[in-house]
Design a binder for this molecule. Structure first.
Ligand code: GLU
Length: 474
């Protein structure tokens, strides 16, 4: 088949191209397709902060893509390179992601042009509180309307400052803690939120591996045990994905790509050792137990079963796509494969598990956190003891009838699930369910040529249904 040549587009245009192809497989009126595609509103702020006696000015955005469900949801990104186009694209991805995994939120995203590495904690706190205040003033942060979360460059620390700023200004909002998710546990965060996106990536990949038909399409046999993986980006998402793949699934992490180069060892790297090294030295250069490559992006092109881009959008593009040798690409980042690269990779037989499904674990667990905040009670508080007592009765009855149960089983049944167990089970269930919907659509629809289009079509269908149900659709 001849390769169609596409001009590389902006991130937002890339997302819209996928939207157009997916919506063409559905019967949508043109007006509705237009509404579903465009960002509703973008708020731009520019504010001053006094730093070491000098006034510095910061620019940021919060984009709302769809309010078909409220609150709208999505992270806040801190980066010197973040742009309005990027924030709008990411807000759109949030709409589709939430719809696909049945999380009842609209899509939003924020970005602030700042390099967090340049400032100390005190200054970052002042910048964050001021940015948060600007957004709170216009209801771009509000537990009922718009609920941010961590993204690149932000984490529980920033979410705590944002929650505190909100509660200082809205002292009478009893649900104030639900104005942001990804908070520290001490501030009504939820167990398992930090690992959630990475763990969701692994749950999604495991579900893919459960289906022989899908594995065959990628030319992969068996389980994840012993499979070789290359991970780009050892930030929060990449670290947890790599760590879980290595420690729970027995996969071999043969390559890790970071901002200052890459490490390779075909016998398997130690994710934990490398993570500790990065924390101490700020990068991978100089790590003693692996081969180092200065040109990290070249390692994306190495042979492996699984390639996990977990860094920025557009890492795999039309120029390097022809040289990619991975069998399966697990899109842990948002938009890591451009539209043009997707075409090239599919022609080569590379299977891609798309971002709007695979990295939805973060927002799934954010949903659990938000529910916990609104209900003002931790999961399992009412039911755990009762469940344990019931199990106890059952075990006694079995023992009275001469059945001896193994000690580890008794222990499990007598402890009951804690918050982390429940969060992981809810996450696993959501990821399995969503992948099954995607593969069903993919295998049953002639015009759908990838999981990406299948996932987007399901998402659009769900969003359009809720417009129809609300009566917005004429
Ligand atoms: N920033 C994450 C994402 O892109 C999480 C969003 C959230 O939890 O609201 O999915």
């Amino acid at each position: 088949m001849a390769t169609t040549v596409y001009q590389e587009k902006s991130f937002r245009e890339n997302v819209n191209l996928v939207f157009d192809i997916a919506s063409a497989t559905l019967e949508l009126s043109e007006g509705l397709a237009y509404v579903l595609k465009g960002a509703y509103n973008v708020y731009q702020v520019r504010f001053p902060v006094k730093i070491n006696g000098k006034i510095e000015s910061f620019i940021g955005w919060r984009a709302v893509h769809s309010e078909h469900k409220l609150p709208t949801k999505g992270g806040i990104r801190y980066s010197p390179l973040v742009t309005q186009d990027e924030v709008e694209a990411l807000a759109a991805l949030m709409t589709y992601k939430c719809a696909l995994v049945d999380v009842p939120f609209g899509g939003s995203k924020g970005g602030l042009v700042v390099d967090p590495k340049k400032y100390d904690d005190d200054i970052m706190e002042r910048i964050t509180r001021r940015f948060a205040f600007e957004l709170i003033k216009k209801d771009y942060i509000n537990p009922a309307i718009n609920v941010p979360a961590p993204d690149m460059g932000t984490g529980p620390r920033e979410m705590a400052w944002i929650a505190d700023t909100y509660m200082q200004h809205r002292t009478d909002d009893i649900n104030g803690l639900g104005c942001v998710t990804g908070k520290p546990l001490s501030l009504s965060g939820i167990s398992g939120r930090t690992e959630a996106t990475g763990r969701g990536v692994v749950y999604g990949v495991r579900e893919f591996f459960r289906h022989a038909e899908d594995r065959e399409k990628a030319g992969i046999e068996g389980t994840l045990e012993g499979k070789s993986a290359i991970v780009q980006g050892l930030g929060n998402v990449g670290y947890h994905t790599a760590k879980i793949l290595e420690s729970e699934d027995g996969a071999k992490i043969i390559g890790i790509i970071e901002h200052d180069g890459a490490l390779m060892d075909r016998n398997g790297l130690s994710v934990e050792k490398i993570n500790t090294y990065i924390k101490e030295h700020g990068g991978v250069k100089g790590f003693p137990d692996a081969e180092y490559f200065e040109d990290g992006s070249a390692i994306l092109e190495e042979e492996c079963d699984l390639l996990v881009p977990a860094a920025l959008e557009g890492a795999i593009h039309m120029e390097n796509a022809p040289r990619i040798k991975a069998k399966l690409i697990a899109e842990a980042a948002n938009g890591p494969v451009t539209f043009g690269a997707d075409v090239i990779l599919r022609q080569k037989g590379v299977v891609m598990i798309p971002d709007i499904f695979l990295n939805a674990g973060g927002v799934i667990v954010s949903y659990f956190e938000w529910i916990k905040n609104l209900s003002h009670i931790r999961f399992g508080r009412l039911t755990r003891r009762h469940e344990v007592n019931q199990n106890d009765l059952l075990l006694k009855a079995l023992e009275n009838n001469g059945h001896k149960m193994p000690v580890d089983l008794v222990e499990k049944l007598c402890n009951g699930p804690n918050e982390l167990d429940l969060v992981r089970s809810g996450l696993d269930d959501s990821m399995r369910e969503a992948f099954q919907q995607i593969r069903d659509r993919y295998w049953s629809h002639d015009k759908i040529e990838s999981y990406r289009i299948a996932a987007m079509a399901i998402a659009i269908e769900k969003v359009s249904l809720s417009y129809q149900d609300r009566g917005v659709y004429p």
